[in-house]
Design a protein around this ligand. Sequence first.
Ligand SMILES: Cc1cc2nc3c(=O)[nH]c(=O)nc-3n(C[C@H](O)[C@H](O)[C@H](O)COP(=O)(O)O)c2cc1C
Length: 364
Amino acid sequence: MIGLFDRLARPLLRALDPEDAHALSLQALRYAPLMRSVSDDRRLSVRAFGLNFPNPIGIAAGYDKGADVPDALLRLGFGFVEVGTITPRPQAGNPRPRLFRLDADGGVINRLGFNSQGADAVLRRLAARAEAGGIVGINVGANKDSADRVADYVALIERFASVASYVTVNISSPNTPGLRNLQQATALDDLLARVVDARERVAPNAGPTPVLLKIAPDLSLAELDDVVGIARSRRVDGMIVGNTTLSRPPSLRETKLAREAGGLSGSPLGALATRMLAETYVRVEGVFPLIGVGGIDSGAAALAKVRAGATLLQLYSALVFRGLGLVTDIKSALVRALERHRFDSLAELTGADAAAVTAEPWPQ
Ligand SMILES: Cc1cc2nc3c(=O)[nH]c(=O)nc-3n(C[C@H](O)[C@H](O)[C@H](O)COP(=O)(O)O)c2cc1C
């Protein structure tokens, strides 16, 4: 079914404007008669943040921003789905065009700017599927014109805690002016204090809701020291490393498109994101798990992320170029790696190369 979907849909989707293609793929998933995918190899199961993941591969935030198709994505074989980013009030985002495919590089540049249906619509949809099971996390952000951005995060956590498997605090989108300033030490400490406090306040009714922090791969190592220190002292449950990059590797072949403003993702982000993941892993010292994201485009890239420090993985851009079959390929590659080492779980590989990766020259 996935192979058929990929063969029929991808040539068509690749011929369309990227944003139209995205909308069409959501429509296709909404109406496709998908059967539950075959059960995952039990060695791929992961326990993290108090949750049981059937496999470690999630779809990253930004694909299903409005929680339109989380159950279809779970049926396709993702171990978890992160919906959002959701903002409290609906907002249109930046004017189109704002999404660009760098075909020769396997990359994507987006400056969507948190186009969001707003909390009410998304909450209704998630409440309607609450009994369906599966791990569905919610990525939250602030409205562009908000007078109090921290209050936006707090309000979203209070509202979504009861329907979210976990909540991701996204302060790393490059497309909302000033948002990344929340990664600065004083602002971050205040934000996380209030967010964790909100989570505790609603826990008696909503149950325990893990809070994850999603960071940019563009932080300096001194900034990363601060961010990890604060995340640890405020007791977040995990970090996601990371979001899109504002940098443009010199190796990019689509030089004209590379000049578009926005965040770069996909294959050209891989080396930087994996380096930042390893840098984060050595600073976290096992206090909480990490989700590795950025440029996962093959089984080998997924394995490298695990070895650099990821307990869980997420991907998005490579699906545009490789199709949904990539998820199955990655699972097979991970199982083969476990068999090679005679390991029973990926935890035994997590971080195995972290120190070595941090000793390499900084990726270009
Ligand atoms: C079109 C697009 C939209 C995105 N929107 C969001 C978003 O709303 N919130 C967020 O935290 N990350 C967003 N991301 C970033 C992804 O979640 C991910 O961190 C990044 O793309 C790196 O992974 P990848 O190389 O596998 O795509 C978006 C990425 C793309 C390509």
